[in-house]
Ligand binder design. Structure first.
Ligand code: PMV
Length: 343
């Protein structure tokens, strides 16, 4: 039996603009999806998925990949998560050159689904890692990230960026620009996440920004401004942790937190100008700021889902939990380690 766990992520800066070739900086957070893979003697795949949402659904079915029976899954989001497991098994079979490998797979996750926290990427990364290791064919991290991206790409009909899967595989903060992904050193950033219980439609939101950008020059300028802001944020992180230094565990200076927070506020304003915020997200962003957070912004596609605030104090988490429209608030440290083997 092999057990692997992979982290979710927040966008520190740059979602939406990344679609137009600007850089973005996602950061892995200590909320993980755990996948257990046990090889079987036949070619069947049995998947048991627990706690795939904060409500804790349980889904179980038996079948072969690509031939998954019609099971009565409780929500479209859970159905989607099962699709990611199928795609992960397919990648593991291909990587290990074992097209008929069967598995008993268990998925557990404490990452809210479809809410901009990279839940599907974490399931795919942990799934491919666990299944290939169970077959005695572990992958190096670059190949794992690449195969996880391909799995997401397939499930999402070509609508996937490398950001989530790369970040979940490598951990820490990463820089994404087009197909180029690299890890960047970052100190121990203290995040607080607020979740409104919903999820925006990523395809619609991305298309909406595209239309605005076509119609208005200032919308195109806004996208470029987000790119400038990301470059400024990256430079701040680089100055804080010079290349080659071990950043893991280092505490960020108050100046760095203040400067990063200001950029996050700025980034939220620009995203709101592009029409991708929502009343619930704005309310949580303001509640976090009022509680003393260094900065706060929506994370991911927007329209609903999550905000991320930069703050180590409990005041932000408490304020969020009393904010109308906030269903769940939690502290989430930067996950310096990406996917890892648990057993
Ligand atoms: O909501 P998420 O975590 O899937 O992020 C979407 C990020 C976008 O930039 C809006 C789209 C993309 O594919 O990069």
């Amino acid at each position: 039996m092999t057990v692997c766990e992979a982290p979710g992520k927040v966008y520190l800066f740059g979602e939406h603009a990344v679609v137009y070739g600007e850089p973005a900086v996602p950061a892995a957070i200590e909320r993980r999806a755990t996948v257990t893979a046990e090889p079987r003697s036949d070619d069947h795949v049995r998947v048991e998925a627990e706690d795939l949402s904060l409500d804790g659904f349980t889904v179980e079915y038996t079948g072969g990949t690509g031939d998954r029976p019609d099971v009565d899954v409780p929500t479209p989001l859970v159905e989607a998560a099962m699709g990611y497991v199928d795609a992960a098994v397919e990648q593991a079979r291909d990587a290990a050159d074992a097209p008929d490998a069967g598995f008993d797979i268990t998925v557990e996750s404490d990452i809210p689904l479809g809410a901009g926290l990279g839940s599907s990427a974490a399931v795919v990364v942990a799934g491919i890692d666990a299944a290939t290791r169970a077959l005695g064919e572990p992958l190096d991290r670059r190949e794992l990230a690449d195969r996880a991206y391909r799995a997401e790409y397939e499930v999402q009909d070509g609508q996937a960026s490398r950001a989530d899967t790369f970040c979940s595989t490598m951990g820490g903060a990463v820089r994404v620009e087009g197909d180029d992904c690299e890890r960047i050193e970052a100190p121990n950033l203290p995040f607080v996440v607020g979740f409104d219980g919903g999820a925006g439609d990523t395809g619609e939101l991305v298309a909406g920004v595209g239309e605005l950008r076509e119609e208005y020059e200032f919308a195109a300028d806004t996208v470029e401004s987000i790119g400038d802001l990301v470059r400024t944020g990256e430079a701040l992180l680089e100055d804080a942790v010079p290349a080659g230094d071990a950043a893991a565990g280092a505490e960020p200076s108050p100046e760095l937190l203040a400067e990063l927070g200001e950029l996050m506020d700025f980034n939220h304003g620009l995203l709101a100008a592009l029409g991708v915020s929502a009343r619930s997200l704005d309310a949580m962003v303001w509640a976090a700021r009022d509680a003393g957070a260094h900065g706060a912004k929506l994370t991911g596609a927007g329209g609903g889902g999550c905000i991320v605030a930069l703050d180590a104090s409990d005041a932000t988490e408490t304020a969020l939990s009393f904010t109308q429209g906030c269903e769940e608030a939690f502290r989430a440290e930067l996950a310096t380690e990406g996917v890892r083997v648990v057993e």
